[in-house]
Design a protein around this ligand. Sequence first.
Ligand code: 5GP
Ligand code: ZN
Length: 114
Amino acid sequence: MDCIFCKIDKGEIPSEKVYEDDDVFVIRDIDPKAEKHYLMIPKRHYKLIDEMTDADAAALMRGLRKIPSLAGRLGLDGGYRLVINQGDDAGQSVFHLHVHILGGQPLDFPDLKK
Ligand code: 5GP
Ligand code: ZN
């Protein structure tokens, strides 16, 4: 399958996993949009929330619930924001569902209508 994140998981594209368990792995975003920018990626390939099975949902939630225990090590002690881009309007560019973890600085929350 021609998927960047599946290739990273298999080690076919190099990227340091800063966290990994049976459900998810976490890497640094190659093009960070904040001082700290990670991606939490489910190990099972699916594109969209719409395609998630109940097992996928449980696996992702287990992953999200690990983040507080990783926050200190990842430089996210001050807080963080989770973002899941879905589809064209959101600018999703990699079609393997992933959660952006942004932090390491105060994050403004722009009014995107402007
Ligand atoms: P999306 O736009 O789909 O929500 O997010 C995809 C993210 O994956 C982008 O922030 C992009 O910088 C990141 N990305 C794309 N290719 C790679 C890669 O090869 N390695 C890493 N670490 N991040 C990547
Ligand atoms: Zn994939």
